[in-house]
Design a protein around this ligand. Structure first.
Ligand code: GLN
Ligand code: ZN
Length: 754
């Protein structure tokens, strides 16, 4: 029985790829060194797969930056601003496409989220100049590399339907018209690969979303042609991330040899799906979760697989991960600090390869009871651990009632807040963080490692807060913040001080390019044993007569940026988080802080892939925000911040959050996005960011004034706030100072004229 994973993390267990890339970009190492590192990493990844008992190793999942970018390069789709393609796309052009060319001031390709994961891909661009031609031998070379090592390669390509669905086009161009040329290149590649391998994997995750009309119309014939090019080499059409629904008949008619599907997310329809497939089509069962870090419950999985096997028979079954393992860390064995019990419940990519192989093995005739009992023991230990299910947390969650979600009507709160706040028109503020200097990072690290005392740490942080507050005072901002010097990361910081969270040391996951994140792990019921931010914020308030805005991370964002336990529904976990953050908000209020910002940077990205699931998600996500924020007096002003500009589809939900003030990303959209808020007659106050903090450029007063006037066309002057797009932690003080000075000056000038 074939056992395989859909893809493996490419960053390396010690983030070797990150280091090699960054050294190369800084000009400190050669292209050869980078390519050598890449080659070594590929070999290592295949060894993990092979040594752990998989029958195939996946090839082509490796990338120096991103697999969508690699596919664009294979198709010769270099946007014209980067130059023309002659032969294969070279490394310099490749990285210019990914990161922009600073010297020639050419912007990078756009980057966006890969389905509902936290991975970001580069968006291929179709224009009138697009000239499709085979322009990369990468996949072929890598397949040869695997063969030379004596391995059995399974090359993987992003399918043409997914590729086209995720691309963008310039006005007047219809990207679907390029499909025949694209297919031609795919077929050339597949014809060359076919003699080298038994299986080729075509990834079509887009089949787990609501498919476009074009996609639906073209899918089946597209795959038929790919299959034809493959000849006697078998083609596996891989779907992942969700339910298949209406895609099943399209796949059934594709002529492909196997379909890969996520068994867990298609469980309720599995029989129906199988019935629609031709009996010649094999089924690769995605059973080991590719997106979380929990050890597989082998007995439960074997039962699932048995049911499937009873439907289709042994010969038609393959075993796999639900998705690529790109979304989990590499190797659990590196972790030295994790609580041993919790560690025994976890599996990272290397361990997941083993689980896939074990499950294939468990389906043969032998006596596997010992193995299964070992797995049972771990699952039982996890279930019965007193940190996992905690009666007090459950009781409290059960007592949540409607009233806890509801504040007095905004129209009645507003005058009560205005009365004590005495803010001018167009009040100015920031989103929370100020530059995280080297000294700040160093101090946090030294404190964490126990090198400096609590006292030294606190004094240092207080002086940083002092500094941030006086800077803001001098700049003349109206609502101040403490600057967040004590926070490494907006989720990790809060998670570290809540029960139910744990943290890996090396659990890095690629976010994009060389950027990695280390998501916290929520393993048990969540609560907040003691105040987290109160002391810092109270200290900041003691330094100034201006109002300080307290700063907390919202429950939905904590959820979206963590590995979440799989033994409770996400909304239940989110409600626990909401209660924990609610406690913090109330304690801040108790301490005299009457402006409190609850950041929900990730609310939008938690959206499910299928439209019919969106409403359920939005309902509980918004409820959780309200639960967090509705425990305060009418006079307390609740702010929220969201890091994206794509609001249109969820605007009524944003309104339902009922924050007194929201700040959003807007500068790059030129305030166009406010149109939606106007149409909705968005009732509360709003701060569309006018300063793009993603760029080191200092905006001029005149352009800021212009943006404010544009905002005023849409937002009544009584409801408009003036602030940057997001937090300033990645910027440098000189540019921040200059930009905020201009922002305050622009606000003052417009204030006098409205
Ligand atoms: N308060 C946070 C900050 O300023 C918000 C960050 C975010 O939205 N991603 O850094
Ligand atoms: Zn933001």
């Amino acid at each position: 029985m074939e056992a395989h994973v859909l893809g493996f993390p490419r960053i390396g267990r010690g983030r070797e790829l990150k280091r090699a890339l960054e050294a190369y970009w800084r000009g400190e190492s050669s292209a050869e060194a980078l390519l050598h590192c890449a080659e070594t990493l590929r070999e290592q990844n295949w060894r993990y797969q092979y040594d752990n008992g998989l029958s195939l190793v996946t090839v082509g999942d490796f990338s120096l930056y991103d697999q969508m970018l690699d596919t664009a390069c294979m198709l010769g789709m270099v946007p014209p601003r980067f130059g023309t393609v002659n032969g294969d796309v070279d490394l310099t052009t490749y990285f210019h496409m990914a990161r922009g060319d600073a010297q020639r001031n050419i912007p990078a390709m756009e980057m966006t989220k890969w389905f509902d994961t936290n991975y970001h891909y580069l968006v291929p661009e179709f224009s009138a100049q697009t000239n499709i031609q085979l322009a990369s031998r990468k996949l072929l070379d890598e397949t040869h590399q695997a063969l030379a090592l004596g391995l059995r390669p399974k090359p993987v390509l992003i399918g043409p339907i997914t590729f086209l669905s995720l691309s963008k086009q310039e006005d007047g161009v219809n990207r679907w018209e390029f499909l025949p040329q694209i297919l031609d290149v795919y077929c050339q590649m597949i014809q060359r690969l076919a003699p080298l391998c038994d299986w080729i994997q075509i990834d079509e995750p887009v089949l787990c979303t609501d498919l476009s009309l074009e996609g639906k119309a073209q899918a089946t014939t597209t795959w038929q042609q790919l299959k034809k090019a493959a000849g006697s080499c078998q083609v596996l059409l891989a779907t992942y991330f969700g339910r298949l629904d209406e895609a099943v008949p399209l796949i059934a008619a594709s002529g492909c040899d196997a379909i890969h599907l996520d068994v867990l997310r298609n469980e309720s329809h599995l029989t129906e799906i199988i019935q629609q497939l031709p009996t010649s089509m094999m089924v690769s069962a995605g059973i080991v979760e590719g997106r979380n870090v929990w050890k597989n419950d082998l007995r439960c999985s074997r039962e699932r697989l048995d049911r499937l096997r009873n439907m289709i028979g042994d010969e038609r079954l393959m075993i796999g991960s639900t998705s690529s393992l790109l979304h989990v860390p590499v190797d659990l064995f590196q972790e030295q600090q994790l609580d041993p019990a919790i560690k025994s419940w976890l599996a990272f990519a290397v361990q997941k390869c083993r689980e896939v192989a074990l499950l294939a093995h468990l389906l043969d005739d032998g006596d596997h009871e010992a193995l299964l009992r070992g797995s049972d023991r771990i699952q039982n230990c996890r279930r019965s651990d007193s940190r996992v299910e905690r009666p007090l947390v459950r009781q409290r969650a059960a007592q949540v009632c409607d009233a806890m979600h509801t504040r007095t009507a905004y129209a009645l709160r507003r005058p009560q807040q205005a009365q004590w706040l005495h803010l001018p028109l167009l009040p100015t503020t920031t989103i929370g963080s100020f530059p995280q200097t080297r000294a700040i990072r160093l101090m946090r690290r030294r404190y964490q490692s126990g090198e400096v005392s609590e006292q030294v740490y606190r004094t240092f942080m207080q002086s940083e807060i002092h500094n941030a507050v006086s800077e803001q005072d001098v700049l003349g901002l109206d609502v101040l913040v403490h600057g967040e010097p004590e926070r490494n990361d907006m989720v990790e910081y809060f998670g570290q001080q809540m029960d139910g969270f744990c943290f890996s040391e090396h659990g890095w996951v690629q976010s994009y390019g060389s950027r990695c994140v280390k998501p916290p792990i929520i393993y048990g019921d969540v609560s907040r044993p003691r105040p987290i931010t109160v002391e810092w914020i109270r200290y900041a308030q003691s330094l100034t007569d201006k109002p300080i805005k307290g700063m907390v991370t919202g429950p939905v964002t904590m959820l979206c940026w963590s590995f979440v336990r799989d033994d409770l529904p996400r909304d239940v976990v989110c409600r626990q988080l909401a209660l924990a953050v609610r406690d913090e908000v109330q304690d801040l209020e108790q301490a005299g802080i009457q402006l409190i910002q609850i950041d929900e940077a990730a609310l939008r990205e938690g959206m499910p892939l299928r439209k019919d699931e969106a409403e359920t998600y939005l309902r509980w996500a918004v409820d959780c925000f309200r639960l967090t924020s509705a425990g305060v007096a009418d006079t307390t002003q609740i702010h929220s911040h969201m890091c994206y500009s794509d609001f249109n589809t969820i605007l009524p939900w944003i309104a339902a959050m009922d924050a007194d003030v929201i700040s959003i990303e807007a500068s790059r959209s030129n305030m166009d996005l406010l149109e939606g808020f106007r149409r909705l007659e968005y009732p509360n106050e709003i701060g569309p960011g006018i300063y793009d903090i993603h760029s080191p450029r200092v905006p001029e007063v005149a352009e800021l004034i212009d943006l404010i006037w544009r905002a005023l066309e849409v937002v009544p002057k009584e409801k408009l706030w003036i602030n940057p797009d997001c937090g300033l932690k990645t910027r440098q003080w000189p540019e921040v100072r200059a930009a905020l000075r201009n922002m305050v000056s622009a606000a003052h000038q417009v204030r006098q004229r409205v």
